[in-house]
Design a protein around this ligand. Structure first.
Ligand code: NAD
Length: 279
């Protein structure tokens, strides 16, 4: 399930992109060696703190400012010194932030999850005017897993069956994970199929084409997603493990590097992957 289905941006050549992870650039076309200046929104949070640390450690990035829930924290921000915004906050903050960031007019990467329809709409509205990349999972490994799973769905004959197992720490509130649902959706977009969230004693036997998702909860697991594909005669598994939340931070920074200079529109990490592959 990808609640914010990226709408294709307005086609156009767009400025040349700083397309390699460490490449220094600024979208405004200033000297190549100048770092990309990022504003972190939600800077006191778990993701925000890691983002600030990672930005300060990256040679091609500069922390242009940081804001959290106190509206006064915006007073210290000089829009002329911001190239892009990286935001990990809370779904309830999105409507207010969307209009503020639309007025700011800078590319906006949002990793905030749990959005309702109104919040998704607010992001889409802003994306009509500025480039916005929203991703519920900013890990680049998960982006690649999605890509390979889509390829499997397109290539394999219909008798190949998919099951997904996700494992997270015991404190995780939702099950299955949004990422597991999104992986299932990638497959379903190509082949259809009924979702089966867990199986119990009352469950009917598995139907052909059904996509099962099982959730494990164990202490200390940041996040693991395993997709199993089988036709009975052979099988294979693809596994992604996040060892540290910094995986989401590094992916978000890679994505915002890519986003700067794009035309207005709503993007996802699938767009990043397609672009990197030259498709
Ligand atoms: P957190 O609760 O630790 O931090 C959120 C921060 O946002 C807090 O400091 C809070 O004060 C701040 N905030 C709330 N409203 C704000 C506003 N209006 N303006 C500015 N700041 C505001 O949460 P977290 O673990 O850092 O996660 C943040 C969000 O990112 C959540 O939605 C989480 O699910 C999501 N997340 C996404 C990914 C991903 O890969 N996309 C990874 C981890 C977390």
């Amino acid at each position: 399930m990808n609640p914010l289905r990226p709408s294709r941006p307005v086609p156009g050549p767009g400025p040349a992109m700083g397309s390699t992870a460490g490449a220094p650039f600024r979208s405004s076309g200033t000297a190549e060696s100048e770092p990309l200046r990022l504003l972190v929104v939600g800077s006191n949070g778990r993701m925000g703190r890691k983002l600030c640390t990672a930005i300060e450690a990256a040679k091609d990035l500069e922390l242009a400012g940081s804001v959290d829930s106190d509206p006064d924290s915006w007073n210290a921000i000089d829009p002329r010194k911001v190239d892009a915004v990286v935001e990990f906050t809370h779904a309830s903050a999105i409507v207010g932030l969307a209009s503020r960031l639309e007025a700011l007019g800078k590319p906006w990467l949002s990793g905030t999850t749990g959005l309702d329809e109104q919040e998704r709409h607010a992001i889409e509205h802003t994306a009509a005017r500025v480039p916005v990349l929203w991703a519920a999972n900013t890990s680049l490994g998960v982006a690649l897993l999605r890509h390979w799973l889509r390829e499997a769905a397109e290539l394999l004959p219909p008798d190949w069956e998919l099951e997904i197992v996700e494992t997270h720490h015991t404190g995780k509130k939702d099950a299955p994970s949004g990422t597991a649902l999104a992986l299932a959706e990638v497959y379903r977009e190509v082949r259809g199929g009924k979702l089966m969230l867990g199986r119990g004693r009352e469950s009917d036997p598995r139907e052909a084409g059904e996509i099962g998702i099982q959730s494990l909860r164990l202490p200390g697991v940041v996040g693991e997603h395993r997709v199993h594909l089988s036709n009975g005669a052979e099988s294979f598994e693809l596994t992604h493990r996040a060892h540290d939340r910094v995986a989401f931070v590094l992916g978000a920074l890679e994505a915002v590097r890519w986003l700067v200079g794009r035309p207005a529109g709503l993007y996802g990490l699938d767009d990043w992957a397609q672009d990197r592959l030259g498709n």
